[in-house]
Structure formats: structure tokens, C-alpha cells
Design a protein around this ligand. Structure first.
Ligand code: GDP
Length: 296
């Protein structure tokens, strides 16, 4: 189920509740059950959906509400705020300063869109007046450096990498040092992704993080990952201090629920979404407008 469809079903459930003759436990349950089904079919993790349902029931205590209360409105507000809560871990992500160099490390599985997103992130900040630079510490995938180089050249962003060096830690440290000397204020380190959550990938990530001491680690996740999103995001968070999430390929036929699960698993906010292959197909992610749009 794509995001628009999820929104449509939640809105439909709310409309039906609004039109019910009386708002009793049965009407509330019917509405919540429909929302639950829609969220589960969108790949939001089961425990998250269960928690949301429990929270709404706690907020909307029908027995304690007298006839004067607008029960429909209270239920709607509870649904809206619980959907926002699912996407808002309550702490903002680190945002780069122009006064001192910030180091931002990207992690994620191969194919998630990491390399593409690194350039999008650099390009976005370049337009805001930052001086970004890109470091390719992906020595695993043949062609990774060429891809980053091509993207960086197109966006006129300085880059660093090597065709011969096989130690990602060495490249990451050299690149960061070089761009610090060149007074870049946003140094972005792209790391390698593997097909599966292999131990060696996590070990390599840990070493790159230890050596470069990033101010922010961004976990890049493909929105079509489905129910695997929660476990995958959690596995990354257990290895490195993930501080933000970027969801890619939101333009495709992805089920949007993975985003909600990734936030819950990493306790980190989604900061951007990728909406296409091009450099500028990249949007700032804000919870309230997103949920508003979701609910139409
Ligand atoms: P990496 O292995 O994680 O570095 O992934 P890449 O950056 O190489 O991206 C894998 C594929 O996904 C490429 O074909 C990208 O063009 C594509 N891609 C990345 N982000 C998006 C997005 O937001 N939307 C779409 N449609 N494609 C994307």
C-alpha cells in the first residue's frame, strides 16, 4: 500500500467514525481497527501499531467524557498526535554549523541510495551557503568512487577517494583531514554498504566512525524495504550512533510504513526524503505537514 493509499484509508476510517450516530466503544474500536489494518498493510511494525492503539484508547476515555465533549474531535486529535509521535522521536537531529567543520557519515545497505543521497545532502547544503566536501570510504563496491566522483563533479563539490587504497578507515581519515585544511564546513563520508547485515560491514562502520568522530551518522533506508525496516534500522543503530534517518525512493511504489518503523528503531528523526534519482529530488522532512498531507 503506497503512502497516499494509507492516508486515504485512515481518513476514511475517521470519516466513518465522524458519521456514526453515536460515538461509543464500538465506533471507536471500528475506527482504530481500520487504522491498525491500514498501518500493518503499510509495513509499520506490529508492536508500534499496537502501542499507538493503546495510547489512543488511553487519551480517549469515553466513559469519562460527558455529553458536552466533542468526542469525534478528541478522537481525531488523538489519532493525529499519535501518528506524529510515531514519526517524532522528540529530539531534533544535529544540524551542521558554518562556524566549525561538521563531519557527517552515511551508512546503509548497498542499493539503499547512500551514494546518491550523500551528493543530494551536499548539494542541498551548498545551496544554503555551506562549503561541503565528499569522501568516498566505500572500498568494497567496484565503481563506488567513480559514481561519487561523477555526482560530485556535476554539483561542483570537492571529493576525495582512491582507486588503489583498500582500507576505508585510511581514506576516511585522509579525506576528512584534507577538507578540514581546505576550510570545508561540511565533510560528508560515504561508507560501504553490503547486501546483508554482515558483521564485517558493521565492524568497518564502527572503525570509520571511531577514526573520524562524526558529529552525525545518517542511516539511509530504501522505503520499499517493508517489514524488515525495523530490524535493519535497529541493527545499524546497535553498531554506530545513528542520529538521523533519510528515506529514499519515496517516489516509487513503496509502502511508507518503513519510515515510521525506522524512526522507532533508531529513536532518530527522518530529516529528508529522496523523491527521485536527480540531485534536487530531495525534500526536507517535517512531521506535522507530512501527517497532515497523509490524512489529506
Ligand atoms: P548505494 O549502494 O546505497 O550507494 O545506492 P546508490 O546511491 O548507488 O543508489 C542505488 C540506486 O537507487 C541508483 O540507481 C539511484 O539512482 C537510485 N536512487 C537513489 N535514491 C533514489 C530516490 O530517491 N528515488 C529513486 N527513484 N531512485 C533513487
Amino acid at each position: 500500500m503506497v503512502l497516499a493509499e494509507l492516508g486515504g484509508r485512515i481518513t476514511h476510517a475517521i470519516h466513518q467514525m465522524r458519521n456514526a450516530t453515536i460515538i461509543d466503544e464500538k465506533a471507536l474500536n471500528e475506527c482504530l481497527n481500520e487504522i491498525t489494518r491500514a498501518l500493518l498493510q503499510s509495513d509499520v511494525s506490529f508492536s508500534l501499531v499496537k502501542e499507538m492503539q493503546t495510547n489512543i484508547k488511553k487519551i480517549v476515555n469515553l466513559q469519562d467524557l460527558s455529553a458536552g465533549h466533542n468526542k469525534r474531535r478528541i478522537i481525531e486529535q488523538a489519532i493525529f498526535s499519535e501518528l506524529c509521535k510515531m514519526l517524532d522521536p522528540g529530539k531534533p537531529a544535529f544540524s551542521p554549523k558554518k562556524t566549525k567543520p561538521s563531519i557527517v557519515m552515511f551508512v546503509g545497505l548497498q542499493g539503499a541510495g547512500k551514494t546518491t543521497t550523500c551528493t543530494k545532502y551536499a548539494y542541498y547544503h551548498q545551496k544554503k551557503g555551506y562549503k561541503p566536501a565528499l569522501v568516498c570510504a566505500d572500498t568494497f563496491r567496484a565503481g563506488a568512487f567513480d559514481q561519487l566522483k561523477q555526482n560530485a563533479t556535476k554539483a561542483k563539490i570537492p571529493f576525495y577517494g582512491s582507486y588503489t587504497e583498500s582500507d576505508p578507515v585510511k581514506i576516511a581519515v585522509e579525506g576528512v583531514d584534507r577538507f578540514k585544511k581546505e576550510n570545508c564546513d561540511l565533510i560528508i563520508v560515504d561508507t560501504s554498504g553490503r547486501h546483508k547485515q554482515e558483521a564485517s560491514l558493521f565492524e568497518e562502520m564502527r572503525q570509520v566512525a571511531e577514526a573520524t568522530k562524526p558529529d552525525l551518522v545518517i542511516f539511509v533506508m530504501d522505503s520499499s524495504i517493508g517489514q524488515a525496516a525495523f530490524d535493519q534500522a535497529q541493527a545499524f543503530r546497535q553498531s554506530v550512533a545513528v542520529g538521523a534517518v533519510i528515506i529514499t525512493k519515496m517516489d516509487g511504489h513503496a509502502k511508507g510504513g518503513g519510515a515510521l518503523s525506522a524512526v522507532a528503531a533508531t529513536k532518530s528523526p527522518v530529516i529528508f526524503i529522496g523523491t527521485g534519482e536527480h540531485m534536487d529530488q530531495f525534500e526536507v522532512f517535517d512531521v506535522k505537514p507530512f501527517v497532515n498531507r497523509l490524512l489529506g
